[in-house]
Design a protein around this ligand. Sequence first.
Ligand code: CTP
Length: 401
Amino acid sequence: MLENRKILLCVSGGIAVYKAVALVSKLSQAGAAVKVIMTESAQQFVKPLTFQVMSRNDVYTDTFDEKDSSVIAHIDLADWADLIIVAPGTANVIGKLAGGIGDDMVTTTLLAATAPIWIAPAMNVHMYDHPAVKRNIQQLHEDGIRFIEPSEGFLACGYVGKGRLEEPEKITELVKDYFSREHKLAGKKVVVTAGPTRERIDPVRFLTNFSSGKMGYAMAGAAAEMGAETILISGPVSLPVPSGVTRIVVESAEDMLQAVDAHYDTANYVIKTAAVADYRPKAVADKKMKKQEGGSTIVLERTVDILQHLGQQKKGQVLIGFAAETNDVGQYAKEKLERKNADYIIANDVTEAQAGFEADTNRVTVYGKNGFVQDFELMSKQQLARQLLEMITDKEEPHDS
Ligand code: CTP
């Protein structure tokens, strides 16, 4: 299953290094070519020779020990890999990467990499819970690095808790799953909208909403991971562009409409995650408005409903809308599906804990045509985005538009 796949395993120093040996074995058995880099502390636990035998490749430990004078090893290894896995990922290596530090063979290679990087952390439960470690993990999430969460159980330090390196079998499954999805959207164009819009009142004020853009950015990242040409049309948010995604930044509902229209004809899938303003001020003051005695009224007018507008001119594109509701979720979602001529509405209740605008997690129900309904459990927005796209691409083959 992993034939012709090149996996670079970066091993940092923790007791779970022995499980990294089993990981090399599993990946190799599945057909992958595996090369290993070890930090100095990893070598305190297991000798490089063990990894050399298991991978049948040289093991790299020192940035300055160049085995082949025609190349620079850390650049060459970074370029070689289709996927890089850091397992076990210690607090130290996570911290260094989050801070952009490259002071050994593992960290210089990670900084030079353009291939996807996955980190499987393993450490003491309190270390994993430390605010600095959490901050660094959050930073790396935002930099597009994927984490394989540690599992709970007995830790070598005697504690019971979260911090065990995920089992090699499970990591191997995730790798197989990743490569099996990798080309599922190759040759397809996916347009994703994300974030809020801003509707100007005067030069210093605007109307907006609480959308963070996180779900839309996760959808775009997942589409790019699956090989799609991915255009992300984003309202103003401060999130990094997921790797492989082209971002177009817009401000108002009208700007978003123009940008989506420009890409609609050539799109195969359009995913409308954005929380588009339904109303904008009818008149925009060209000078800052001054306060007066008594109240004030802003007259609003409707913006174009972009999803409905796209639904009216659908020529084979698969059209996916989102609906953030506070009540009667199913009823509103089905009504929007119908009215906007969408293929799916992905609905969530924003009043639910961990499923709101700012959250990193979400719990949704997908409504489709002919009474299709599917619930998804609470999970990270990244994981959910992958599962949603997987489900939709399994069910829908867009017609050539
Ligand atoms: N949408 C859109 N253009 C708008 C408003 C909404 O494209 N002007 C899209 C959103 O991107 C989303 C879907 O429509 O995919 C549903 O958005 P939502 O705000 O929940 O729906 P509305 O139709 O605005 O309904 P309401 O505000 O009455 O709940």
